[in-house]
Design a protein around this ligand. Structure first.
Ligand code: NAI
Length: 255
């Protein structure tokens, strides 16, 4: 799985390890990745570390080769690595901002899926789970490139689910909204400092002003996203493909 050293990705990796799975954790930074693998090793299962940048084609190949060398097969691929890019109004986003973000959020996912598919087809089984966002279905004015990239990911997921279903490969997205990762915690601490309030008050203000659609009126946890991913990878989800599981506290208004 990609982007596994922190945030939602690490929670997903740990949830699989708790289930006793073999997990190839991939991320760019050796130190953070080694720490995640060390911690993960205590949970059960077997973790291995693969340092890789998903926007580099040779690294994509290495993720697949080193996973096969370590475990002999790839049963589940979780594409979690992603970014939000520049937080800027539309006019200020350059075409390079768009290209860089699509490279990370869409093209890298397509590349890794292309590299893994021959293995899953030969096995006649596999699960692919792409981490999307509420923003794909409910884009707001900010971050048009991010919203569009996640909408592309949802569409790619649906197409692929139709193309590979008869090979026993199930493909789904999980779409979080406002999950308390270190990045978000840092942002809330910053809001708290600037307003002279504690983090809980900063979170309440952010929810009120910037995420009014979240019905449950709180941020989600990485573990709550991980639970949905592990379910989709399990034998209990054997008739679910081409769907988008929203872990968003009710944020997306439509059914
Ligand atoms: P994060 O920034 O903590 O994690 C992103 C992960 O992707 C990190 O491990 C990072 O190292 C990795 N990554 C970024 N660029 C990479 C590259 N070129 N090669 C390899 N790895 C790379 O963020 P978070 O919040 O854990 O996000 C994980 C996923 O969830 C992302 O796809 C994000 O778009 C999505 N998401 C997060 C939400 C949230 O509220 N935190 C809400 C909706 C979607």
């Amino acid at each position: 799985m990609t982007g596994a050293s922190k945030g939602i990705g690490r929670a997903i990796a740990y949830a699989f390890l708790r289930e006793g799975a073999n997990v190839a954790l991939s991320a760019r930074t050796q130190g953070e990745l080694d720490r995640a693998v060390r911690e993960g090793a205590a949970l059960g299962g077997k973790p291995i570390a693969i340092v890789a940048d998903v926007t580099r084609e040779d690294d994509i190949r290495r993720i697949v080769d080193e996973t096969i060398a370590g475990f002999g097969s790839i049963d589940v691929l979780v594409n979690n690595a992603g970014g939000i890019g520049a937080f800027a109004p539309f006019e200020e986003l350059t075409l390079d901002d768009w290209r860089r973000l699509f490279e990370l959020n869409v093209f890298s996912v397509a590349a890794l899926i292309k590299a893994v598919l021959p293995i899953m087809r030969a096995q006649r089984s596999g699960r692919i789970i792409n981490i999307s966002s509420e923003s794909a279905l409910q884009p707001d004015a900010a971050m048009a490139h991010y919203n569009a990239s996640k909408a592309a990911l949802n569409s790619l997921t649906k197409s692929l689910s139709k193309a590979v279903g008869e090979d026993g490969i199930l493909v789904n997205t999980v779409s979080p909204a406002f999950i308390k990762t270190p990045l978000i915690e840092e942002m809330l601490a910053g809001i708290g400092r600037s307003r002279g309030v504690d983090v809980a008050a900063a979170e309440a203000a952010f929810l009120r002003e910037s995420r009014p659609n979240i019905v449950l009126k709180r941020a989600g946890t990485p573990e709550e996203v991980a639970s949905a991913v592990v379910f989709l990878a399990s034998s209990r989800a054997s008739f679910i493909t081409g769907t988008n599981v929203r872990v968003d506290g009710g944020s997306v208004a439509a059914v």
